[in-house]
Design a protein around this ligand. Structure first.
Ligand code: ATP
Length: 880
């Protein structure tokens, strides 16, 4: 059966469906068994073995493997039979790859768990009840309910539609939304775009409402048929990750150059060529920060996980970085800064007759509320006497006021059945419904007073304007209600035909109190150099009153209305944008202008949104934040981050987290590069001085993988530092090494170099340290190895905080201390156990040598502590 060629009835019976009651639980189960889930077949994941071999093709690993081959060759050529070195290099390659795969796997798992939280849902009727289900559970025959902003998650035949316009460019390439028509009679060679009675997975409802019967799911949908082409499972990398990969390669090249240099000097000094070769190659490999990219991924994943725990779900990884740089947050008012618990407080009908609904209700006020309640699309659920109203909060407030005064929406609807509607949208700021009223018809229009004002031809309109202003000053949102009586059924249900010549019935004033946490979050953002801008569909007076209360604006001059904004040129807006804090009565289109103007001034803008028309502004902003509860699928799809609690304070928390991730990555770079760069210096300087090679290849690899790798992995879990929100945002174009990071790395590397070379020199050349352990190259190497390994492990405590190590609570990151102890334990063990000593070319050393090694490895901590002591920043511990 081709559903687009059939009538609705034929489709209903073919799929065993029911338009009003939907499928029963039993039928759904049966159909899931037969059809499977509504999802595409998954692209096969890279197997573990493949991942492993993939990791071996890494630039640095190739160098390492070449080193292993050369080592093997030297062992054979010199006939000394020492195959351990090549074996060890290979073992370290394997350990390194396995560690990387395991850690990367953990990070991936954390990120894909978040993907699950981003799952699509669908609203259906099942068992006679409206339900929101996971889109994967849709089956053919389900009755889909559609409204503006719904994402279509299966193919379906439309059964009912009101002004239903659908954007299906993903399938047809046509970006203009199409008006759908359930009555359309499909023809044989209709293309997908011609089938006006069908909906296809991957499209979105941009306007109107409707009902449809699901006809195909999963791979059987039109999208599923081309899914193979779309099945790209590319993991996202942030710009910083990409730059760090580049950096890793660049350091490899520097290391290779250093290796060539060392080789050349060795040659000049007459060292055996093969020995030089292996030292040079191992230096090249050892100097590369093998674990850097994994540690950065871990830090990001940890940050993203923490954000999710605090209600911010990252949809695009690069947003984590951008968040740290955000210096403007443009926020909706309703529900984000306020509680979204809209309640009717005042009703005005005529003259001075304002009713305070908390004090009592009059018949006249009740009439206005009842008429307005007819013009709503909320759903009333009255389980266990607990009134729950789902849908638009403005409408919910009206219906609640009616239901709490012993009338019901259902009753009203029975008396005045609805025969047509022109839905609400934030651009028009009004909506209209048409009802039967005995033998006549009534059209009810409700919306913002100032927008409806010119349409009222009857009623006390001038007085209403005064009351509207008075309500606004009290931070009340005002909804005007009007109607028109029609003798005959209106033929055209359009704005032009119905939204004119209205009789004003009254004004409804409602309040939505600010969220208690908003004020503090705005103050916190301000301290962190972030300006909060309120963008709202509400009236400028109402918005201004709330903005003042929240500390967003001080003077009335900071607020303008959408109408004023539209009169401004882009240049004029650019001149004033920094002084404006409240934009009222704006349309979603205005939001883009505001974002772009801020961006032209160099700002990094986070913007909230929930409606379909907010999607372009969410895309245009640097961090688009969609509302998780009230947001449409389209807004969520366009956003970088979804706020599961719709709360402004969550954005500010996410910014703090974004900054801490950035800080964490800088710490990892400091930690790893200090050690890697010192390794290059130590080897080159020792060779230049003619002291011989201070390390063997395996010793350097051990330092990188164990002494650096283990604590490094735990560094990714470091919590944010105190005072992170006392600093200015990270400038957009700031390099990761800015603000003195290179200097710090250079200094650390220099200190490591000096202490390690001293250790090497003492072990290799200084007599009388111990009677039983005379100086030798091997003793020097052993002391140098211990000094470098210990000081690198301890360095993790230096970089974890800008505060003194004595002031940081170790319990905030237990795994860091555990990993550091583990690394110290392993290092000490291999230096003490005869078998491992042999493997790592270490020799037994005297107690005096041990003491010297330990004292030397404490020097970097002492130096860093002295520097920190001089620069101790003053921070407010409250502002973490
Ligand atoms: P904000 O932009 O602050 O989050 P909002 O999203 O609620 O607020 P809109 O939905 O664009 O703003 O509403 C703008 C105006 O439209 C409101 O001030 C109100 O006057 C009117 N309005 C809101 N909802 C409805 C509705 N369901 N029917 C008629 N008019 C409405």
């Amino acid at each position: 059966m081709e559903p687009y060629k059939e009538t609705v009835d034929a489709v209903v019976s073919e799929y065993d469906a029911s338009l009003d009651d939907g499928l029963t639980e039993r039928k759904v189960e049966e159909k899931i068994k037969n059809n499977g889930k509504n999802k595409f077949d998954e692209a096969s994941k890279e197997s573990l073995a493949k991942k492993f071999f993939h990791s071996l093709t890494d630039f640095t690993t190739i160098i390492l493997l070449v080193a292993a081959v050369i080592s093997l060759y030297t062992a054979i050529a010199t006939d000394h039979g020492d195959y351990f070195e090549s074996f060890l290099i290979i073992a370290i390659v394997v350990i390194n790859s396995v560690l990387a795969i395991v850690q990367e796997g953990n990070a991936e798992k954390a990120l894909s768990a978040l993907q699950d939280m981003n799952k699509q849902t669908a609203t259906v009727i099942r068992n006679g009840k409206q339900e929101e289900i996971d889109a994967e559970d849709l089956v053919p025959g389900d009755t889909l309910l559609l409204e503006s902003g719904s994402m279509i998650t299966a193919d379906a035949r439309i059964a009912e539609a009101s002004q239903l316009r659908v954007e299906e460019s993903a399938l047809t390439g046509e970006s203009e939304p199409v008006m759908k028509d359930p009555e359309y009679q499909g023809e044989e060679d209709d293309s997908l775009g011609d089938r006006l009675n069908m909906l296809y997975k991957g499209s979105t409802v941009v306007n109107g409402r409707g009902k449809a019967i699901v006809t195909a799911t999963g791979m059987k949908t039109e999208m599923g048929k081309i899914a193979g082409l779309l099945n790209s499972d590319e993991t996202q990398k942030t710009p910083l990750q990409k730059r760090l990969n580049q950096l890793g390669k660049r350091i490899s090249l520097i290391a290779l150059a250093a290796a060539a240099f060392v080789f050349f000097i060795g040659q000049m000094q007459g060292e055996p060529m093969l020995d030089m070769f292996i030292t040079a190659i191992s230096l090249a490999v050892a100097a590369v920060p093998e674990t850097l990219t994994v540690i950065v991924t871990l830090t990001l994943a940890f940050g993203v996980q923490k954000m999710a725990q605090k209600n911010a779900i990252i949809r695009r990884l690069p947003a984590v970085e951008t968040l740290g740089s955000a210096n403007v947050i443009c926020s909706d008012k309703t529900g984000t800064l306020t509680q979204n618990k809209m309640r009717v407080r005042r009703v005005w009908t005529h003259g001075d007759s304002v009713v305070d609904t908390e004090e009592g209700m009059t018949d006249e006020a009740m009439e206005v509320l009842s008429i307005a309640a007819l013009c709503t699309d909320v759903i009333v659920e009255n389980d266990d006497n607990e009134l729950e109203i789902k849908g638009n909060p403005t409408e919910a407030a009206i219906v609640r006021a009616v239901e709490e005064n012993y009338h019901t929406k259902a009753e009203l609807e029975e008396k005045y059945p609805r025969i047509g509607e022109i839905p609400f949208d934030s651009d028009r700021k009004m909506m209209t419904t048409v009802h039967k009223r005995g033998k006549k018809f009534i059209s009810i229009t409700k919306g913002a007073f100032d927008v409806l004002y010119p349409k009222f031809h009857y009623g006390d309109v001038d007085q209403a304007a005064i009351v509207n202003d008075r309500f606004g000053k009290k931070a009340l949102r005002v909804i005007a209600v009007g109607y028109a009586i029609h003798e005959e059924e209106p033929k055209e249900i359009t704005s032009e035909a119905l939204e004119k010549n209205l009789r004003l019935m009254g004004l409804i004033g409602m309040i939505d109190p600010p969220r208690p946490e908003s004020k503090a979050a705005i103050a916190r953002a301000k301290k962190a150099g972030i300006k909060t801008v309120m963008i709202t569909g509400d009236h400028v007076v109402t918005a201004g009153a709330i903005a003042k209360e929240l500390g967003i604006m001080k003077s009335r001059k900071e607020a303008i209305s959408g109408a004023q904004l539209q009169k401004m040129t882009d240049e004029e807006l650019d001149d004033r944008v920094k002084d404006l804090s409240v934009y009222a009565r704006v349309t979603p289109e205005d939001k883009i202008r505001i974002v772009k103007s801020w961006q032209r001034s160099g700002a990094v803008v986070a913007m909230t949104g929930d409606g379909v028309n907010d999607a372009p502004a969410l895309k245009a902003s640097d961090v688009g934040c969609a509302m998780g509860i009230t947001g449409t699928d389209v807004a969520k799809g366009a956003a970088d981050m979804v706020l599961t609690d719709d709360n402004f304070a969550t954005i500010v928390d996410a910014v703090a987290r974004g900054r801490s991730v950035y800080q964490g990555i800088r710490k990892a770079i400091n930690f790893l590069l200090s050690c890697n760069i010192s390794e290059i210096f130590i080897v080159v300087i020792a060779m230049l001085l003619g002291w011989g090679a201070p390390f063997t290849a395996v010793q350097l690899l051990f330092v990188n993988v164990v002494a650096d790798g283990l604590p490094g992995f735990a560094l990714g879990r470091e919590p944010a530092e105190a005072g992170i929100m006392d600093e200015k945002p990270i400038p957009r174009d700031e390099g990761i090494f800015a603000r003195g990071l290179w200097k710090k790395i250079g200094l650390n590397a220099a200190v490591f170099t000096v202490v390690t070379l001293i250790g090497f020199y003492i072990g290799a050349f200084v007599e009388h340290i111990s009677y039983f352990t005379p100086p030798s190259l091997e003793v020097g190497q052993t002391v140098a190895f211990l000094v470098l390994a210990y000081s690198s492990i301890l360095h993790v405590f230096n970089v974890r905080s800008s505060k003194s190590i004595f002031k940081v609570d170790l319990a905030t990151n237990k795994s860091l201390a555990q990993m550091a102890w583990l690394a110290i334990g392993i290092t000490t063990a291999i230096a003490l156990i005869p078998q491992t000593q042999e493997l790592f070319y270490l020799v037994p050393i005297s107690m005096n040598h041990w003491i010297i090694a330990i004292l030397l490895s404490l020097v970097p901590i002492i130096v860093t502590e002295l520097i920190k002591f001089h620069k101790a920043p003053e921070v407010d511990p409250e502002n973490i």
